[in-house]
Design a protein around this ligand. Structure first.
Ligand code: GAL
Length: 462
């Protein structure tokens, strides 16, 4: 009896503790569930397809690629003796403009796609990453290193990018391949597939050699956001000289999304060098500049002034020592995500996804987001480099990852690689966990040879 009585106390205590743990566990599960199914504290509208919907699963289909290497080129026995040839890698074949398999990375005009093509319903509204993409007039789209603005007023998308329809050359032997500045191209669309050329909205300066936009300089990665307080469209871009030593950001402004934009000035943000960059406008209308700095060793991030025309004197150093560039930023369920590339010039390399609870950091690196293709495809971001992420209409947690497949031999012929990006999709390898729960959702970019928007394509997105 006594024995039993004595035993009762710890049992009651144990019951109490396990009830509490159970309660905390249930609350945790509910929070996790809510985090997955609410957007910025608003319940998701029923038209939005959740990530496990069959239509979305289609976007997450893993497509394999098997590129067969060409047979080795014939060489004279003397040449072989001089330098025994080791087999080429696929990346070397990609970079070699005379490669026999070049057409696999840069298919020719015959396979181009776009609204002007008489492709019937088969190709209408389908994205073909890497193929030549034509505008409504049948010309290849010129909007490299670009970004997309959705304009509430005109209910249209605007795609801004480097208009590179000029000759590729090197200003000196060791210089990077370049095209003289022509300006920023702008295209408009209602469905993200049919793009109308709105012309060059910020043009190069032809004569004044001291001007930032003089054609001999560099203008890259233009991005536009709208400021509702001033009713202005504001463009930020990377401004440099031909040797990439000026390392500055430039700012331009317009009353209309289709320009013309007035160029205001360039500067070294926070007194630092700035090369690859992007801007991000948050839900509370605060905008941020994110740029590779300290010779690309460190990413910097800081808020813009209320008019978006300058940076505030606040800056955080993130991804310190990681040597990342080509930053693209997006947000989902109050978590900020970034995708960056490594620093190998126009040559492709492995992308990394990062996440943060607060945009000013700390940022954590999640890993390579690329899924499908094959190992080489995934380690080269599908032979491309990120430039922007735009929300995928109709899909909760769905985005489009926009990347550039640079054609170093002829930069105007660089291709667009647009692929579905899903936050919270299936996990292909263990992700960092805390108390058994994943700390971050998986960010995945799925390789597809062709795909279409889940909204059916063709429907105007209003
Ligand atoms: C890349 C960069 C491009 C361009 C290029 C020049 O790394 O992302 O925007 O600057 O280098 O080599």
């Amino acid at each position: 009896m006594l024995k039993n009585k004595q035993n009762k106390k710890p049992t009651t205590l144990l019951c109490l503790v396990s009830t509490l743990v159970g309660f905390a566990f249930t609350i945790h599960l509910i929070m996790l569930y809510r985090r997955n199914y609410t957007v910025d504290n608003l319940e998701v509208s029923p038209e939005l397809l959740p990530t496990h919907h069959p239509v979305v699963c289609e976007l997450e289909r893993v497509e394999e690629e098997n590129i067969r290497m060409p047979p080795p080129r014939k060489r004279s026995p003397r040449a072989i003796k001089r330098k025994p040839k080791r087999p080429n890698t696929i990346v070397e074949e990609f970079l070699d403009e005379n490669s026999q398999i070049r057409h696999l990375f840069f298919p020719d005009m015959k396979s181009s796609f776009g609204p002007s093509k008489d492709g019937g319903n088969d190709t209408m509204h389908q994205f073909f990453p890497g193929k030549i993409w034509l505008d409504t007039e049948g010309n290849p789209i010129q909007a490299h290193g670009g970004g997309i603005l959705y304009d509430e007023m005109s209910k249209s998308y605007y795609w801004y990018g480097e208009y590179k329809d000029g000759v590729t050359y090197r200003s000196h032997k060791k210089g990077a391949a370049r095209v003289d500045i022509i300006g920023v191209g702008c295209y408009s669309s209602k469905d993200l597939w049919t793009w109308k050329n709105e012309g060059v909205v910020l043009a190069a300066e032809e004569t004044d050699e001291t001007h930032d936009l003089h054609k001999s300089n560099v203008l890259e990665r233009p991005k536009v956001i709208y400021n509702s307080a001033t009713d202005k469209y504001v463009m930020w871009m990377h401004i440099d000289d031909a040797n990439y030593t000026k390392a500055s950001v430039g700012v331009a402004i317009s009353d209309n999304p289709t320009g013309p934009f007035d160029y205001l000035y360039s500067k070294s943000p926070h007194g630092f060098d700035s090369r690859d960059m992007t801007i991000f406008k948050d839900d509370d209308n605060t905008a941020y500049l994110i740029y590779s700095s300290e010779e690309n060793r460190v990413m910097h991030i800081g808020p813009l002034t209320e008019d978006y025309l300058n940076v505030k004197p606040v800056m955080k150093r993130i991804m310190v020592g990681q040597h990342r560039e080509a930053p693209v930023v997006f947000k989902h369920q109050n978590v900020y995500y970034m995708i960056t590339s490594g620093c190998t010039g126009w040559a492709p390399n492995e992308a990394l996804a990062h996440a943060a609870e607060s945009i000013m950091g700390p940022w954590e690196t999640l890993g390579n987001p690329c899924v499908g293709g094959n190992k080489v495809f995934r380690s080269t971001t599908f032979f491309a480099q990120g430039t922007c992420v735009v929300a995928l209409p109709g899909v909760h947690g769905g985005f489009i990852f926009m990347a550039d497949r640079w054609n170093v031999a002829d930069l105007r012929d660089s291709r667009y690689v647009w692929l579905p990006l899903i936050v919270g999709g299936p996990v292909d390898r263990p992700i960092e966990a805390s108390f058994g729960f994943p700390m971050w959702s998986r960010v995945s970019v799925y390789w597809h040879r062709q795909w279409r928007l889940p909204s059916g394509g063709g429907k105007e997105i209003e």
